[in-house]
Design a protein around this ligand. Structure first.
Ligand code: NAP
Length: 431
């Protein structure tokens, strides 16, 4: 028997479990350990609540979770309740699939003012992550600035701009919907430090902005490169830039304007007691494509500044860590004998949910190569006795199904669920 522990129950974790099942059949026992009582990581807490079709992939993970070889062990924080060295004693392979849930700091003066929020916190808040249920972001001011030109920035801008009716069918949590429906944003500015050809946004997500009820996306035509230059782009990027060109055409005005501010780099946030404005440096790309300031600066009013500039994997005691890259030190997923990293914890926060599938299969291949046959290690029975001895209240997949059923029962009309946003509520819902 090969005993495998996967730390983290998001896409990378479940794809790795699926790959181990396929590689080893009945000759493996896989424990998926998560610090939360609820599974699915980024699918539950990161994917936008109005993107339910993406969240539907959780059904595939459920099929893996319900097999005999795989079990979910929730409410267990690795590094606190049990250490990585202890897991390595109990299991033949330990795979860290902990994602990248910490915000990369904005790193400008004033980024600690109230009102400046990282996207992990902001997205976690509207998605009901227990770490951010009490965030209370300053929604309701007229002007918001969203920093970054990636898909997370698009998610945040869209969520800020939607009407209550546009959240129909989503699982945005009640505490966020109540705040957002009362908001009266007039301008949401997306600050992109480079140009339209350097965005990290994808066409489908950009296209959604064109269909919002009360908001209109706007691009300054002067920021667009000559049309002929689009020919050199790959097809996806060309399609994305075509949306930007459309946003530069005259459109009927709407109450909320989503303004793409290209070649714009935040240099500081100012305000007496909370964020009031972002000071922005105008940039350009030099002949070799490097970002340089032009010397021009201007102020954008903003009481809410959401920084969507990427994420880091938090370190875990005893695990080699690459501080410069913000993830576990690894070579193609190998960290140390028996210890692996997969998904964002391996390669950083890039790619779609599906990118994690080949990643999971690659790790299963490494485990197969490194651990030729099973061992007499204690595996899940050993973990159970350690956790019982320490009084840890484990949440099983059956418990999660009860939590999920309770969330479905209390959903507002038209919504798939109303998530519990605190750990105490999640644990209570098991009974
Ligand atoms: P991302 O795609 O890496 O984009 C980060 C953005 O932040 C880039 O535009 C980057 O600009 C900018 N940036 C970085 N540091 C900055 C700084 N100090 N000041 C100003 N701007 C800065 O990251 P993400 O948006 O967090 O997305 C993470 C991953 O999740 C991506 O692969 C994304 O596609 C995926 N995702 C997908 C979906 C979807 O498919 N619907 C939704 C959400 C997220 P530079 O390019 O100049 O560095």
């Amino acid at each position: 028997m090969r005993h495998i522990a996967i730390v983290g129950s998001g896409p990378a974790g479940y794809y790795t479990a699926e790959a181990c099942q396929k590689a080893f059949g009945d000759d493996c026992r896989v424990d998926i350990i998560d610090r939360l009582p609820v599974p699915y990581g980024l699918i539950r807490s990161g994917v936008a609540p109005d993107h339910q079709s993406i969240k539907a992939v959780a059904r595939r993970y459920e099929a893996v979770a319900l097999s005999d070889t795989v079990r979910f062990v929730g409410n267990v924080s690795v590094g606190e309740a049990v250490s990585v060295p202890e897991l390595l004693d109990l299991y033949d392979a330990v795979v860290l699939a902990t994602g990248a849930p910490a915000d990369k700091p904005l790193g400008v003066p004033g980024d600690d003012l109230p009102g400046v929020i990282g996207s992990a916190a902001f997205v976690g808040w509207y998605n009901g992550h227990p770490d951010f249920a009490a965030l209370d972001p300053p929604i309701g001011g007229l002007d918001a600035v969203v920093v970054g030109a990636g898909n997370v920035a698009l998610d945040v801008a869209r969520i800020l701009a939607k009407t209550e009716a546009e959240f129909g069918g989503s699982d945005i949590v009640g505490h966020a919907l109540n705040r957002l429906r009362a908001a009266e944003h007039a301008t949401v500015t997306l600050l992109a430090r480079r140009g339209p050809h350097q965005i990290a946004m994808t066409p489908k997500e950009l296209g959604e902005l064109a269909h919002l009820t009360r908001a209109v996306p706007l691009v300054d035509p002067a920021d667009l490169p000559p049309l002929a230059d689009d020919a050199a782009l790959d097809p996806g990027m060309r399609k994305a830039v075509t949306h930007l060109r459309d946003f530069a055409q005259p459109h009927a005005d709407k109450p909320v304007r989503i303004v793409f501010d290209f070649f714009a780099r935040p240099v500081r946030v100012e305000g007496a007691t909370h964020a009031e404005r972002v000071i922005v440096a105008r940039t350009r790309l030099d002949e070799s494509g490097r970002l340089v300031d032009t010397g021009e600066e201007y102020a954008l009013p903003a009481t809410l500044v959401v920084s969507c500039i990427g994420y880091r994997t938090p370190p875990i005691a005893g695990v080699p860590y690459d501080d410069a890259l913000g993830r576990f030190a690894n070579v193609d997923g190998r960290i140390a004998p028996g210890l692996y990293a997969v998904g964002w914890a391996r390669r950083g926060p890039t790619g779609t949910i599906g990118t994690n599938r080949p990643d999971g299969f690659a790790i299963a291949d490494l485990i197969a190569a490194d651990i030729a046959r099973g061992s007499e290690k204690a595996g899940r029975a050993g973990l159970d006795s350690v956790l019982t001895e320490r009084g840890v209240d484990i949440v099983t997949f059956r418990d999660w199904q009860k939590i999920e059923a309770a969330e479905v029962t209390r959903a507002r009309e038209g919504a798939p669920r109303e998530k519990f946003a605190t750990i105490a509520e999640m644990l209570d819902a098991r009974t």
